[in-house]
Design a protein around this ligand. Sequence first.
Ligand code: HEM
Length: 453
Amino acid sequence: MVSTNYPPGPGFRDRLRNPGLLRLTTHEFLQRNARTYGDLVHYKAFGRHVFQFNHPEMVQEILIRDAAMHHRGIVMQRAKFVLGEGLLTSEEPLHMRQRRLVQPAFHRQRITAYGETMLQFAGEMTERWTSGATFDVHRSMLQLTLRITGKCLFDSDVESEVQTISDSVTAFMGFLPLAFLPFPQLVLKMPFGFVQRIHKSQKKLDAMIYGMIAARRRSAEDHGDLLSMLLASTDIEGGTGGMTNQQIRDECLTLLLAGHETTANGLSFIFFLMAQHPEVLERVCAEANEAFASETSGALRTAAEIYDRLRYTQRVVSEALRIYPPVWVTARAVETSYVYRGLSIPTGSLLLVPQIAIHRDPRFYPEPMLFDPDRFLPEIAADRPRYAYFPFGAGSRICIGENFAWMEAVLVLATVARNWRLRFPDAAPKELALSAQISLRPKNGVVLSAIRR
Ligand code: HEM
């Protein structure tokens, strides 16, 4: 029997209390819904049915089993104004075709090679730190991850462009909360300050990326990186004989933005937790010293060999991304009405699968706000359902940069831990203020001082 008796959920008054009323949702709201109403929650927002799924089995059902019934949520559709038809925003069949083209840049051997750049740039960054000085780690991480992404994927040092790109990301994020507005094209023609900032940012980013593409086309040199691969690709199915500049621009912009912001946020959360738990940083330091030590033969270890030895450090990263998942909710929109667990889900419904609520569910993580990397010891993790942890999503749209991000986060943390202790300049804050737009970010940065060992 198909039912239209919707599951329980917050009413209009609860929605009014939602601190992000002008947005479709906030992370506090989703967590409260999960605690109050259980595994399946329903409410209406701006005339749409919204379903929230709070159980690991449902993660599998929505993101994998029923994936063909959905398309990207409204926010990603609106993000097309900025990102065009890149991997993050495109729909099938374009998405699969593009994913196959981009995938080789993320193969194991490539990631292994990127590891060397990650170590080099992380080392250069920490060499510029002044012992005892106070600084915003989030800002430093944005610069570092942007430099790493630019070098690994486009063989280009974007250091001088870092400010432009960071400002542009912030300007875009300002637009996306308004994604539910019915006529975003009109909003983008209005003389509002934030609209002007978006257009300005877009122009600057386009100039940078089209400049990169033009220079590479002119040199016709194969750098063996993502950009050379995209330029060499022939879009056989599309019959166009090659990707257009616009398609290459969309893909490059998507990877540059998606590739640096989430990882920088993740690293900022990690360093916040390290300042809160200095004993954990000491253990990471000890492990890193052993992992980096050259073999008796005197040969230096490769980044990949170092990474494989950093098992505890990997658990620290896992636990940080559990408590603070940089992608805090995965959204989908229903293409045509279908039946889920006997319930009729109407066309256009918004489906929310919140990492932040499932990662903090005491059924799977007792005392969920306690930072305990040993939750990720293989024997302990084996007792949890498969999708109780999914910081990189699941299914055909799973993060293409997952292995890149693991390598980067683990190697950067180990590099810092070897030479630096981290302290809060004042009393240690109990909580970190968060801003949750497309990604989860520290609201006011992460201000720390680093003391040389
Ligand atoms: C800690 C760091 C990162 C986190 C937590 C993260 C998380 C995610 C998640 C959850 C998704 C799936 C979204 C969905 O299903 O709607 C995703 C997709 C994606 N990520 Fe990441 N990501 C990270 C780093 C990276 C990096 C380093 C890159 C590239 C260098 C990257 C590129 C992408 C792209 C292109 C997609 C779209 C994939 C597709 O739809 O086929 N991400 N990411």
